[in-house]
Design a protein around this ligand. Structure first.
Ligand SMILES: C[S@@+](CC[C@H](N)C(=O)[O-])C[C@H]1O[C@@H](n2cnc3c(N)ncnc32)[C@H](O)[C@@H]1O
Length: 294
């Protein structure tokens, strides 16, 4: 089955290129609110960040088909000793946008793969009360649904082709709300400066919540992980990305660098919004924004 993949360089607070009720599944990971290393100073305030989440949620609701699912990988963010309740706020915002909050998967990373410094070491140096700073190995994956899914709308043949492998489901414990998945190592070539999620994350959700030939949306495409996996699983994909400089990375990750892939019949299309409030930016502008806000 050949598939189509489309990248739109622009801000996903507007998804004006897409008609209503168009996509079958949304899987994404928004930028972490002013995360040290990745996004320090990117958002002027927590309210600015929440406004972005609100617009992205409203647009996602509009472009998703009835009965379909939105998957958002988020985490509370610790900045200067204060934890921002991003998970709770995202749930509330998605509910306000019309979604039903269905489930939360807790993603546990392997013990040895800590990205940020080992804060817990503070207690080992000062083994007294009030020196407790735990290391965070968890992220949340929130599952929302727009209305009710009508199982009768799926053709028998497509349903059969999209079967979930029961052995994989059981062996890798997809049935629990705790998923152990290895994260992308910081400094990996294609994911440099992008807080990418591992292929395994969109892989599980695309298999669990979409059928072959459907359209998968990722409004914060980053390095293109969702697109790569959607293609592998014979789904079409659409990604929004604000950073214009990521085209080559996305092309390479999704396998559209050389002519061989084009022979397979799959297509890759790029469009961009160079003007208006929700236009694309690039690394240079991102640095300017961070410097201005810091
Ligand atoms: C956490 S990363 C996503 C990484 C992606 N899941 C991957 O595996 O590569 C968030 C991405 O969203 C982009 N971004 C930030 N704000 C955006 C916006 N308003 N609209 C579209 N993209 C945005 C960032 O440039 C970054 O590439």
């Amino acid at each position: 089955m050949s598939t189509k993949h489309r990248v739109i360089f622009g801000n996903c607070m507007s998804m004006e290129e897409l008609p209503d009720n168009y996509c079958h599944l949304m899987v994404t990971s928004p930028p972490y609110f002013n995360a040290p290393f990745d996004y320090e100073g990117f958002f002027k305030s927590y309210d600015t960040f929440l406004t972005m989440i609100e617009k992205f949620a409203t647009e996602t609701y509009r472009v998703l088909q009835e009965g379909r699912v939105a998957v958002v990988n988020v985490d509370d963010m610790l900045i200067n000793g204060e934890k921002y309740p991003i998970i709770a706020d995202t749930i509330k915002i998605f509910q306000k946008s019309g979604f039903r909050y269905r489930d939360k998967i807790v993603w546990k990373k392997p013990d040895g793969y800590l990205r940020i410094s080992k804060r817990s070491g503070v207690l080992l140096q000062n083994p007294f009360p009030m020196y407790f700073y735990p290391d965070n190995l968890l992220e949340s994956i929130l599952i929302f649904q727009k209305g009710k899914f009508d199982y009768r709308n799926i053709k028998k043949e497509i349903k059969e082709k999209s079967r979930v492998d029961k052995e994989e489901f059981q062996k890798n414990k997809w049935y629990m709300t705790l998923w152990e998945m290895t994260n992308v190592l910081p400094g990996s070539r294609l994911e440099k400066n992008i807080a990418a999620f591992p292929d395994e994350l969109p892989y599980r959700f695309i298999k669990l919540f979409s059928y072959k030939g459907e359209i998968i949306l990722d409004p914060f495409l980053g390095s293109g992980t969702t697109m790569k996996v959607a293609r592998k699983l014979e789904r079409n994909s659409i990604g929004f990305e604000i950073n214009r400089d990521l085209e080559t990375v996305i092309r390479e990750k999704a396998g559209f660098i050389n002519a061989d892939n084009i022979k397979e019949g799959d297509t890759f299309e790029v469009s961009e919004r160079s003007e208006g409030k929700y236009r694309y930016i690039n690394y240079e502008i991102i640095e300017e924004i961070k410097n201005k806000n810091n």
